[in-house]
Write a protein that binds this ligand. Sequence first.
Ligand SMILES: Cc1ncc(C[n+]2csc(CCOP(=O)(O)OP(=O)(O)O)c2C)c(N)n1
Length: 281
Amino acid sequence: MTENLNTPIIPTWCPGCWNFQILAGVKNVINEEIKKGKKKDDFAIVSGIGCHAKIFDYVNLKGINTLHGRVLPTCLGMKVGNPNLNLIAFSGDGDCYAEGMEHLIYAARYNADFKYFVHNNQVFALTVGQSTPTTEIGYKDKTNPLGVKLHPINSIKLMLTAGASFVARVYAEKEQIEYVLKEAMKHKGFAFIEVLQPCIIFHDDTGYGEKTYSLEKTGHDKTNFESAMKKADEFDYNGVKKDTKIPLGIFYQKERTIFEELYPQLSELRKKKIGWGDIKR
Ligand SMILES: Cc1ncc(C[n+]2csc(CCOP(=O)(O)OP(=O)(O)O)c2C)c(N)n1
């Protein structure tokens, strides 16, 4: 059966925004899953605040459009309440690496079973282009008239060292979104997926296109942590230079116990539909 995941809401993203590609890719994959037998109500989405977050209005699935920076704790709560939910979440780089940074590190540690896209356009786009923790040195905006002075964080290395069980980076093209989401859905655990999504208004002309290459095609062993760290080091988010290479694909993937399985009490509570206060100690 084909479900219609469209909503009557007309997108207010800028014409040509890469977010349209992310939207199309995600909807295609969910539609395929529904055709294969999953129910629409088996899925839910969560988004934060920002341009990325508007995706919530354009996909006809239940979920929560939560506070800025609070996508990850919202997801954790949803998975504790319903561990069978196929949960897909969306943040911007500001939402995730600025307002939500602590949650990100803990999400990697907890390893609850949901999939998380970070639309990384290296700016706070909705509020007109201020720098975020992944903006390159020298970027100028009204809040940084002399240019950004701080070195950008390397989110892939951050996730690897925080213990994330699935760490990927793709470009915001529909086919790459489809590929990585399908792989992430086969993975049991937290899947961190960063999407390079140049903001066509405030952070365009990144030159990333010609600098990217596929990890899969070069035979990268995604179960090898040291190799994943080396690959993560190849791009430091600090703009492109002559010899810059930007690896795309799955850097690392190794399953381990998920959060939902660490506390057997939770499944009992869910069966009985009672709360923590009712547990006999
Ligand atoms: C707690 C809080 N701080 C600041 C804001 C203002 N604000 C709204 S959208 C936004 C920018 C979001 O940027 P990002 O998360 O990178 O998403 P993008 O718009 O780039 O997709 C900010 C700072 C807010 N709504 N809530």
